[in-house]
Write a protein that binds this ligand. Structure first.
Ligand code: GLY
Length: 547
C-alpha cells in the first residue's frame, strides 16, 4: 500500500475530461466537448491544437496511435504510424564499409517518414465525429493565427534547440527561431502564419489539403532542397489503418492497448502477466522486492521486443506466443529474489540523452466514449526540419527502425530483422495508449511519451492505481524507474527508490543509474460513482480539465 500524508486528487469532472500536455490544447478539447462534440471530435481538435501549441511533439508532420472504447464497450485502434518512403532501403544509413553514419537517421530530411497524423484525424472524424470537421479544426487555426503564449518550459526548450534548428534547415524555421539572438521567454507570443494556412487547406480540402496540392508541393520541394526522399507518390499512398488492439487480463481487469507496429501493448501485457502471480500490494510500493520483480519482467519483455517485434504487415510477429500465459510463466522461471538477472549475452546498448518528446492525451466524454492517443515526431522537434512555407516540422521516425542489427537507436533500443527498413514499412514503436475495463465498464485511460520508457511508465502507473491504491494524480506524479534489457541498468528518477532500496538492489547486483525525468503520463480514472478524475503529469505544463 502506498502511504501519503494527504490524498492528492486531480480535477474531477462529471460530464467529460480532457488531459493533454498543454493548457491550450486541453482548453480546446474541453470546449469541443462542451459544445456537444464527442470524445472523437475532441481528440481530433486536440491533435491539431498540439501541432500548434506544442511543436516539440504535437504534430501534423508525424504520426501516432489511437486506442478507443465506445460507450457501448466496442473497442478498436487506429495506426497512423509514419511509413518508410518508397526510396528507403535497408542499409540507407550505412556507409560503404557498413558502418552507421552518425545522426543520418536522427536529424535532417532523410530522418523523416511519411506523416500519418492528418489522414488519421480525417478518418477518425469521418467515422466517429459528431460536429462538422470545420468546427473541430477551426480553434487550432485561430490559435495559430492569434499566436501561442509561450510557457517557461517551451521557451527554454526552443532556446536549447536553436543551433539544431539552424543546422538542419535550408531556411530559418520561423517562428521557432528568431533572426536576432534574443532568447525566447515565458509570455512571448509566437504566431504561426504558414501553419495557419496549412490548417486552412486541410479544413477546406480534407486529405488533399495535405497529401496533394500546395502542401504536398511544399513538402516535396523541402525534400529536394535538403536531400530527403519523400515523394508525391509517398504522400498520395499514405493511409492510416484501422487495427484490432491487443487485449489481456490482469487480476480481473481487462487491459486494452496498441498492437504492432507498436511494441507497447504486447510488452505491457507481457510485463503485467509476469508480475500477476505476486501480491504487489502487500509487497509494497517501490520496495526492493517489488522493484526487483518489475525490473526482471521489464528485462525479459524488452529482450523479446528486440527480437520479435516489428510491423506485422511485413514481418510475422508471433503475437499469440508472446502473450501466451504458459510462455510468460516459463519466462519467469529463472527469476529469483536472491540475485539480479543478467542481460550480458548481447552487446550492451547505449543510452542516448535526447529528449523523448512524444505526447499523449486521454479524453472521456459525457456518454462514456474513451480515447487514448499517443502521437509523436519522435525526439523533441523531430528531424528539426520545418517544411518551408507550410510551417510545420517533420518527424525523425526513421530512427525507430533498426538501422543495423544490434546497433542501438536514439533510446538505446536494439532491434533485428523484424524491424529492418523496407519501403512502405512502419517502424516499431513503444507507444502504449491504453484503456482499462473492470467488469465490462470503463476504469482508466492512460498513456505517456518517453521513448523506450513509455511502456514501463504505463506499466507503473497502472500498478500504482490497481495495486497501490493511488489516485490518478498520485499515480502520474509518483517517481518512476525503468529497465529495458539493454543496457543492463535500472534507470531511476531523482525521487524514485529510497536510498535503502537502492542499496539493497545494488547488493543484489543491479546497476542503478539516476537520470532525468521519465515520461509525462496523462490519465483519467473513473471513480466509484462514475465521476472522472484527471491526472496530468506535473513534470511538464500538462493540464487536466473536466466539467
Ligand atoms: N518514437 C518513439 C516511439 O514510437 O516509440
Amino acid at each position: 500500500m502506498f502511504v501519503q500524508a494527504q490524498t492528492q486528487r486531480g480535477p474531477i469532472g462529471k460530464n467529460g475530461m480532457v488531459v493533454t500536455a498543454h493548457p491550450d490544447a486541453s482548453k480546446i478539447g474541453l470546449e469541443i466537448l462542451k459544445k456537444g462534440g464527442n470524445a472523437y471530435d475532441a481528440a481530433v481538435a486536440v491533435q491539431f491544437a498540439l501541432a500548434v501549441c506544442y511543436p516539440a511533439a504535437g504534430n501534423i508532420g508525424g504520426g501516432g496511435f489511437m486506442v478507443y472504447r465506445h460507450a457501448d464497450g466496442t473497442i478498436g485502434a487506429l495506426d497512423y504510424r509514419e511509413k518508410a518512403p518508397a526510396k528507403a532501403h535497408r542499409d540507407m544509413y550505412l556507409d560503404k564499409g557498413g558502418k552507421v553514419i552518425k545522426n543520418l537517421s536522427r536529424y535532417g530530411h532523410l530522418a523523416a517518414g511519411v506523416p500519418g497524423a492528418v489522414d488519421a484525424m480525417l478518418k477518425v472524424h469521418q467515422r466517429f465525429g459528431k460536429l462538422p470537421f470545420k468546427e473541430v479544426i477551426q480553434p487550432s487555426i485561430d490559435l495559430a493565427a492569434r499566436g501561442v503564449v509561450l510557457t517557461d518550459k517551451e521557451a527554454q526548450r526552443l532556446n536549447k534547440s536553436r543551433n539544431a534548428f539552424f543546422d538542419h534547415n535550408t531556411q530559418p524555421p520561423y517562428p521557432l527561431v528568431r533572426n536576432d539572438k534574443t532568447p525566447f521567454k515565458k509570455g512571448d507570443v509566437t504566431i504561426y502564419t504558414d501553419l495557419a494556412k496549412t490548417l486552412e487547406r486541410i479544413r477546406d480540402k480534407g486529405r488533399d489539403g495535405f497529401y496533394a496540392g500546395k502542401t504536398a508541393d511544399l513538402i516535396v520541394k523541402e525534400m529536394k532542397a535538403g536531400g530527403g526522399i519523400i515523394s508525391k507518390e509517398d504522400l498520395q499512398n499514405y493511409s492510416a489503418v484501422w487495427r484490432i488492439p491487443v487485449a489481456g487480463t490482469y487480476k480481473g481487469y481487462r487491459i486494452i492497448s496498441m498492437c504492432p507496429p507498436s511494441a507497447g501493448g504486447i510488452v505491457l501485457l507481457q510485463m503485467l502477466k509476469m508480475v500477476e502471480p505476486y501480491d504487489l500490494s502487500k509487497m509494497g510500493w517501490q520496495t526492493p522486492k517489488t522493484v526487483q520483480l518489475m525490473v526482471e519482467a521489464e528485462r525479459r519483455s524488452y529482450a523479446d521486443r528486440a527480437k520479435y517485434l516489428g510491423d506485422s504487415d511485413f514481418y510475422p510477429v508471433p503475437l499469440h506466443n508472446l502473450l501466451d500465459s504458459a510462455y510468460l510463466k516459463q519466462r519467469m522461471k529463472d527469476f529469483s529474489f536472491d540475485k539480479a538477472g543478467s542481460s550480458t549475452k548481447t552487446k550492451e546498448g547505449k543510452w542516448g540523452s535526447h529528449s523523448e518528446e512524444t505526447t499523449h492525451f486521454s479524453i472521456v466524454d459525457k456518454a462514456g466514449n474513451a480515447v487514448s492517443i499517443t502521437t509523436t515526431l519522435n525526439s523533441g522537434y523531430g528531424s528539426y526540419v520545418m517544411v518551408s512555407g507550410a510551417g510545420f516540422l517533420l518527424n525523425n521516425e526513421m530512427d525507430d527502425f533498426s538501422v543495423k542489427p544490434g546497433v542501438p537507436n536514439i533510446y538505446g533500443l536494439v532491434g533485428n530483422e523484424a524491424n529492418s527498413i523496407a519501403p512502405g514499412k512502419r517502424m516499431l514503436s513503444s507507444m502504449t495508449p491504453t484503456i482499462i475495463e473492470k467488469n465490462g465498464k470503463l476504469k482508466m485511460v492512460v498513456g505517456t511519451p518517453g521513448g523506450s520508457t513509455i511502456t514501463t511508465s504505463v506499466f507503473q502507473t497502472i500498478l500504482n492505481v490497481l495495486e497501490h491504491n493511488m489516485t490518478m494524480q498520485e499515480a502520474v506524479n509518483a517517481p518512476r524507474f525503468h529497465h529495458q534489457w539493454l543496457p543492463d541498468e535500472v534507470f531511476v528518477e531523482n525521487k524514485a527508490l529510497s536510498q535503502k532500496t537502492r542499496q539493497i538492489l545494488r547488493k543484489l547486483g543491479y546497476m542503478i543509474r539516476p537520470r532525468s525525468p521519465i515520461g509525462r503520463v496523462e490519465g483519467i480514472l473513473v471513480l466509484p460513482q462514475g465521476k472522472l478524475e484527471g491526472g496530468a503529469d506535473r513534470r511538464g505544463d500538462d493540464t487536466a480539465l473536466g466539467y
